[in-house]
Design a protein around this ligand. Structure first.
Ligand code: HEC
Length: 711
């Protein structure tokens, strides 16, 4: 019997897109009415195209997702510096009353902070006092939580002219009046019959709002759509992977892409290639850069058995933002086989390479290479590994193609590959300081055992990766997942310094012009480091694990550092990093710090002890085996099952007697539907549900016995 815990999904992430050509229908009338509370804001200044393009000189504000179009996430503010860090304190906090992940980057315009939370809720706050100006809850039906691979998170809003734009988990793009919090318009950007979700922040370019989506684990086709900012009318849609080649191609780039997909019926699963996080925009070149995700299914042996690069999976794609014509593309992982998305942040900078100023685009995608490309032409300049990898030996400098290592080919046998689907670096924002010339990357060193699923069949109601994850619970060595800050020199293509954390989960970073790097962490600690050498200069407890990145802004001559702090996200579904004092806040918060800040947080409750397991069921080995298989297919991507505390979704090993008695009502009857636990009656029979229950109790008891034997 297995003695190891099953929390193998702790590291996945990927999402993306598809196609729906029909005009967006109005939201379903069954949906509860959306709510806007307390309308009192005046954002003060008209945030138009000109001001957005000059965001870098607007030092007091954080006007766009990455502060400026270059997505550098660098604050030019210097009031908070090494000398006065000891006076850095909490200025204000706001309780979001949410128990799932917070990933947003707030936008600050002239004293108002716009941010988003769990289930795509939107907030406007006074950035100086933290007073709530308005809140807009789009009332996402909680069943949509099933479609979100990596928690019901939202990475932030965009602000343009007088509106705030947000994508919702159920695929809508909202335009909200920035002053009043009232809905101006909304568009359904997806086919609701397909498992699309939106977690990424929209971007603004030339009066258009651009939004992608996710869903490649369950199986969708990726695309981004541009909408007119004022009217909400669709301007264009750009698909990232070809649909059924028997049907007409939507644009010439799809005809080219289709030649690189061979055999297989990828369009039935969707093909993947979702644009679920990063975009960047160069107004001078008029190019929009999109980061494209992994294949659906993950296994290329299933997706495209005849080989081929499978364009434009795992690529950086440059598009003319007005015509939506493809300008160039660079594929980081041709024929992606490991969920190596290239959706990660792309930073635009002008840097000197070999004595010449180059306009570059830089990315540290999941696959472990740090890339520097010419952003005008897509020319490959350099790539080196920023974490240990085993899927490729190097990138050929002549062709710009990676040279794969056959040790990562898992068609016939299980192969343990580094990095795993969590990526060497994921969505957690990195930061580039033009002062130091370094890119500060939140990295995770990890791995996964990849096994080709035998007799894979597309099932539209669940995950469709064509990977059998079970062998991961058999890995018996003591491999440790490690999280670090890597300060990367993009010219020398090597680490300048590294800071290693003592926990396993990444979080976002901010560099400032006073040569500080800020990072709030999974371990409930908010810390500041010397940007030149990584020395830890300051830290403070936050009572809650953070995964998001900080921003900095100024109001009335005072500099603030702020972030949303709410544990969750992909690894947060199944794991929790403890806070140092054993206490933990029960819900997420927005936290803002300044020099001389004296606000305090109420004392957090002690984390409750782990309960003893409910007794095993008397069943045969065959039933347990079936339970294991079904659990790994349908439950393991949300729940954990083992000795640890689990994450924001319950660890089923710790199920109470009452919940166990309600098992059928929950699992088949959908009695917790409104909390995000859907009914599985369309996938499971009563016997199968009981087989899973037997497996859960088997693992729970085995884990508890192993823990007490080790004490
Ligand atoms: C999309 C994520 C997701 C998936 C997949 C999922 N669950 Fe859940 N499950 C949840 C959430 C969220 C809750 C917590 C609901 C609440 O707060 O009451 C939950 C709660 C439960 C509970 C109650 C636990 C308790 O301690 O009260 C049981 C039992 C359960 N799930 C079983 C299953 C089984 C069995 C499967 C696979 C067939 C499964 N779940 C798949 C999200 C998921």
């Amino acid at each position: 019997m297995k003695t190891t815990t099953i929390r193998i999904f702790a590291t996945f992430v990927a999402f993306l897109l598809t196609a729906c050509e029909q005009p967006s229908p109005p939201p379903s009338s069954e949906q509860p009415p959306a709510s806007a509370e307390a309308a009192t804001t005046d954002i003060g200044t008209w945030l138009g195209t000109e001001r957005l393009e000059a965001a870098d000189t607007d030092t007091a504000n954080w006007l766009a997702h990455g502060r400026t179009y270059s997505e550098q996430r660098f604050s030019p503010l210097t009031q908070v510096k090494a000398d006065n860090l000891d006076q850095l304190g909490l200025a204000w906090s706001f309780d979001t009353q949410s128990t799932r992940g917070l990933e947003a980057t707030p936008i600050v315009v002239d004293g108002t902070m716009f941010t988003t939370g769990t289930w795509s809720v939107v907030y406007a706050h006074d950035a100086k006092t933290g007073a709530l100006k308005w809140k807009y809850d789009p009332q996402v039906p909680r069943e949509y939580g099933y479609k979100a691979c990596c928690d019901v998170v939202n990475r932030g809003a965009a602000v343009f002219e007088d509106k705030v734009y947000v994508g919702t988990i159920d695929g809508r793009l909202l335009a909200i009046n920035a002053n009043t919090g009232a809905l101006a318009w909304e568009q359904l950007t997806i086919d609701p019959e397909k498992p699309y979700t939106i977690t990424g922040a929209p971007r603004v370019a030339n009066g258009k709002i651009i939004i992608g989506n996710g869903g490649a684990e369950l199986g969708v086709r990726g695309y981004i759509t541009a909408y007119d900012a004022q009217s909400g009318d669709q301007v264009w849609r750009f698909y990232t992977v070809p649909g059924n080649p028997a049907e007409p191609f939507e644009h010439p780039a799809m005809e080219e892409a289709a030649k690189t997909w061979r055999g297989g019926k990828w369009w039935e699963v969707g093909g993947g290639g979702t644009v679920w996080d990063a975009m960047a925009f160069d107004p001078e070149l008029n190019l929009l850069y999109i980061g494209v995700g992994n294949g659906a299914p993950w296994s290329r042996y299933t997706r495209s058995p005849g080989g081929g690069d499978n364009l434009y999976l795992a690529s950086i794609v440059a598009i003319d933002v007005d015509s939506a014509d493809l300008a160039w593309h660079y594929q980081t992982t041709p024929g992606d086989n490991w969920d190596y998305t290239a959706v990660q942040q792309m930073i635009l900078a002008d840097i000197e390479i070999g004595g010449e100023m180059r306009q570059v685009i830089m990315q540290a995608p999941k696959n472990g290479f740090f890339y520097v490309l010419d952003r005008k032409t897509g020319e490959f300049l350099s790539a080196e590994t920023y974490v240990p990898i085993t899927w490729a030996t190097h990138v050929d400098p002549e062709t710009g193609r990676p040279v794969e290592d056959s040790a990562a080919h898992y068609l016939d046998d299980t192969k343990v590959v580094r990095p795993g689907p969590a990526g060497g670096h994921n969505w957690h924002p990195m930061s580039y300081s033009p002062n130091t010339g370094l890119v500060y990357i939140p990295v995770v060193e990890n791995r996964l055992a990849y096994t080709q699923e035998q007799n894979f069949e597309h099932n539209p109601d669940t995950w469709n990766t064509a990977i059998d994850f079970r062998p991961n619970s058999d890995l018996s060595d003591d491999f440790q997942v490690v999280t670090k800050i890597v300060a990367w020199d993009p010219v020398a293509q090597k680490a300048n310094w590294t800071h290693t954390h003592n926990h396993e989960a990444a979080s976002g970073l901010l560099a400032t012009a006073s040569d500080l790097v800020f990072q709030p962490g999974a371990n409930c600690e908010f810390a500041a480091y010397d940007a030149h050498n990584g020395d830890k200069l300051w830290s403070s407890q936050t009572q809650m694990g953070t995964i998001a990145a900080p921003i900095s802004y100024e109001v009335d001559g005072e500099q603030y550092i702020a972030f949303v702090s709410g544990w969750g996200g992909a690894s947060g579904l199944y794991t929790t990093v403890p806070c140092a004092d054993g206490r933990r806040a029960e819900s997420g918060r927005i936290l803002a710090y300044k020099i001389g800040g004296t606000a305090t947080l109420p004392e957090a409750p002690l984390t409750p002890p782990i309960p003893a397991p409910q007794p095993r069921l008397e069943v045969t080995g065959a039933v347990l085996e079936e339970g294991e298989l079904l659990y790994s297919r349908h439950c393991g991507f949300c729940h954990s099952l083992g000795a640890g505390p689990g994450g924001v979704i319950p660890n089923l090993a710790h199920i109470s007697a009452d919940s166990l008695a309600a098992w059928d009502a929950v699992v088949l009857g959908g009695s917790r539907r409104n909390m995000g636990m859907v009914s599985f009656s369309h996938l499971l029979s009563l016997e199968q549900s009981h087989a899973i229950q037997a497996w859960v109790l088997e693992v729970a008891n085995t884990a508890a016995e192993a823990t007490s034997a080790g004490e």
